[in-house]
Design a protein around this ligand. Structure first.
Ligand SMILES: Nc1ncnc2c1ncn2[C@@H]1O[C@H](COP(=O)(O)OP(=O)(O)O)[C@@H](O)[C@H]1O
Ligand SMILES: [Mg+2]
Length: 348
């Protein structure tokens, strides 16, 4: 599909890693079940910041979390890292809820699951050289003192940085080099899963592509699991075989990335897809909400109803259920009208 090529940082029609089961012989890394996150001080009767029905992360597999700003993407990563406590549901590592991990298992979890933040400026200590930041990560992960300098050199090489970068401080390198250094430091603890929050959004388009290529290579070579948060569909299509679409804290659709973007089933996914600018195609008009939609309470009914061109009081005012799509294995959609609407044209 040509449609993603003009997205900022989009990649030229490269197929995403193939969908399918986890890499042979590997198990599951992290599972979220019925996860609900509410931030302290927020109204307990209001919709939660995040409600994630189920999410399984496995070695070598890459899942994207997409949705507009405020949809709960970062909240999901925080909950998976165990830094926000869910109001309900669990995150399990090795079959044990993260909150119940003991000392050794908790250390293993902290090594296995490495976050990569969007903001590379804050990710490295400005007083520390790039080399010592990576060395510190390696030593914190139990690496031996004698091997440290060789490991730092190998990691710099692995992420495509020249050895001389080791002596520089974060402000003395470019944004792209800084993000590579952050990735090298994460790799120093031999992680099994990277949680990437908009990892390239602060970078120039050409640098973004190089970083994405690096991440994809690391996934394949190290059989890393990836969870990638992005609002850039060009990035998602490049890196992730499976995509989960969030809207106001709720999963509205999920499935195989390419199928989901080519043939959306939820009107919000179609809207997201429409918002990608394409070279040579005039801007498309924004969606016009259905007249019916104004009277639908989005706190109890469909959360997207007030923006949806297909909304009807019946059935959109009722609570919406995430349901399988007939004839499309692996696809789930939260839209009571989906069966009658059928495949949506993302370019209409
Ligand atoms: N620390 C916080 N305290 C209260 N509300 C928060 C906090 N962080 C995020 N939120 C709210 O939770 C929702 C999801 O936010 P977030 O996960 O940051 O979205 P995204 O990463 O998709 O932009 C938003 O409504 C946001 O305002
Ligand atoms: Mg965010």
């Amino acid at each position: 599909m040509s449609g993603y090529t003009a997205a900022p940082g989009g990649v030229r029609g490269v197929a995403p890693p193939s969908a399918g089961g986890p890499a042979a012989g590997d198990g599951v890394l992290l599972v979220a079940r019925s996860l609900v996150v509410r931030y302290p001080g927020t109204d307990p009767s209001a919709r939660p910041a995040l409600a994630l029905d189920e999410l399984t992360l496995a070695p070598g597999r890459s899942v994207a979390l997409v949705g507009e700003s405020g949809s709960g993407k970062t909240t999901a990563l925080r909950a998976l890292l165990g830094v926000v406590r869910p109001a309900a549901g669990t995150v399990e590592f090795g079959g044990v809820p993260v909150q119940r991990l003991g000392g050794t298992a908790m250390r293993a979890f902290r090594r296995a699951v490495q976050p990569i933040q969007q903001d590379t400026d804050g990710a490295l200590d400005p007083r520390q050289s790039v080399g010592s930041a990576i060395a510190e990560g390696y030593r914190a992960g139990g690496g031996s003192r004698s091997a440290t300098s060789a490991v730092v050199a190998r990691l710099l090489d692995e992420v495509g940085l020249p050895a001389a970068i080791a002596r520089r401080h974060p402000h003395e390198v470019s944004g792209g080099q800084r993000q590579r250094a952050v990735i090298a430091r994460a790799l120093a603890v031999e992680p099994r899963l990277l949680l990437l929050d908009e990892p390239t959004s602060g970078l120039d388009a050409t640098v973004q592509v190089r970083i994405l290529e690096l991440i994809e290579r690391l996934r394949a070579e190290r059989s890393l699991g990836l969870l990638l948060v992005s609002h850039n569909l060009g990035v998602v299509v490049r890196l992730c075989s499976e995509t989960v679409v969030l809207y106001r804290g709720e999963v509205v659709e999920r499935g195989d990335t390419r199928a989901l973007l080519d043939v959306p089933r939820h009107p919000y996914t179609a809207a997201l897809r429409r918002s990608v600018p394409e070279i040579g195609v005039p801007f498309r008009a924004p969606l016009i909400p259905a007249i019916d939609s104004a009277s639908i309470d989005t706190a109890t009914g469909c959360r997207f109803a007030s923006r949806c061109p297909h909304a009807l009081v019946d059935p959109c005012a009722a609570p919406q259920v995430l349901a399988p799509v007939e004839g499309d294995p692996g696809r789930l959609v939260r839209c009571a009208r989906a069966p009658e609407l059928g495949p949506l044209d993302p370019l209409a």
